[in-house]
Design a protein around this ligand. Structure first.
Ligand SMILES: NC(=O)c1ccc[n+]([C@@H]2O[C@H](COP(=O)([O-])OP(=O)(O)OC[C@H]3O[C@@H](n4cnc5c(N)ncnc54)[C@H](O)[C@@H]3O)[C@@H](O)[C@H]2O)c1
Length: 268
């Protein structure tokens, strides 16, 4: 079947650009109706990926599915309740939820300075937990009770390779993503009797527009002649999410899938 997700309704947070956009595009290509979400209409323009969120929704609708654009921060409960309700009002009950909004962003923008364990300012720790962990928690709390009532659903939380080992840079972000992975397991256990699956994907370093412009790229990692020792591509994360969203993974829950070419299982 070339449209295995036909009949599904998916919300992907932070999908106006980057990994979230690659994910929602893949879900739409496979037939799902999609709610594209971002913090604002303008967020997709930040690194030049689209004019605004409505333009992204139009591109998705051109794939032959229903698409709705919803906005709001994942860091505030009232906003989360507002955009999840708006998504369901536009498209019907959600049965796929991807929590992708996030990033290692300080309270006032940019990266925390310093960004290690004892130096990172507390306001940045709080901002990073809000954006990555509490956002994921609040969106799940808004969407999953309905899934449980209907007895079906698949939730995919985006973690990170650095959720799985100790770091000396990006510490608050690594801790928040580790908590996202463990939240995934706890929620999966709670929703197991209700037929709702909850899994996480931990991407390795992946070449989104933001990733490429916010650091000096390592030429060894952009060399594609070594198939697994390189930066990932957004489509490679999207394929893994599509697998966890659809019926091919119907007996898989409470798992974390690292999509990193094997990078984070071995010492550097
Ligand atoms: N690119 C990588 O190398 C990589 C690796 C591991 C994990 N990740 C994770 O993947 C996700 C996407 O990253 P990306 O590389 O595409 O970056 P990105 O900055 O392009 O995408 C993040 C998205 O989340 C949105 N967002 C951020 N804060 C928000 C908030 N408070 N409320 C609502 N939306 C918000 C942004 O506007 C953006 O659309 C993030 O959770 C990131 O931590 C990325």
């Amino acid at each position: 079947m070339d449209k295995p997700l036909k009949g599904k309704v998916a919300l992907v947070t932070g999908s106006g650009r980057g990994l979230g956009y690659a994910i929602i595009k893949r879900l739409a290509e496979l037939g799902a109706d999609v709610a594209v979400h971002d913090i604002s209409q303008e967020a997709p323009a930040e690194f030049g990926e689209a004019k605004n969120l409505d333009e992204v929704a139009e591109k998705l609708a051109a794939l032959g599915v229903k698409a709705a654009a919803v906005t709001g921060t994942v860091a505030e409960e009232a906003a989360v309740k507002g955009f999840t309700a708006a998504a369901e009002k536009a498209l019907g009950p959600l049965n796929v939820l991807v929590n992708c909004a996030g990033g290692d962003i300080a309270a006032k923008g940019g990266k925390p300075k310093p960004n290690n364990a004892l130096g990172v300012p507390m306001e940045d720790v709080r901002a990073i937990f809000d954006r990555n962990l509490f956002g994921t928690v609040m969106v799940c709390k808004a969407v999953c009770p309905g899934m449980a009532e209907r007895g079906t659903g698949s939730v995919i939380n985006i973690g990170s390779g650095i959720a799985h080992y100790g770091v000396d840079d990006g510490v608050a972000y690594a801790v928040a993503k580790a908590a996202v992975v463990h939240w995934t397991r706890c929620l999966a256990w709670e929703l197991r009797p209700h037929g709702v699956r909850v899994n996480a994907i931990s991407p390795g370093p992946t070449m989104t527009a933001r990733f490429s412009v916010t650091r000096a790229l390592d030429p060894k990692m952009t060399d594609e002649s070594v198939p697994l020792k390189r930066y990932g591509k957004p489509d490679e994360i999207a394929d893994a999410v599509a697998f966890l969203a659809g019926d091919q993974s119907r007996f898989i829950s409470a798992q974390v899938l690292r999509v990193d070419g094997g990078m984070f299982t071995f010492p550097a």
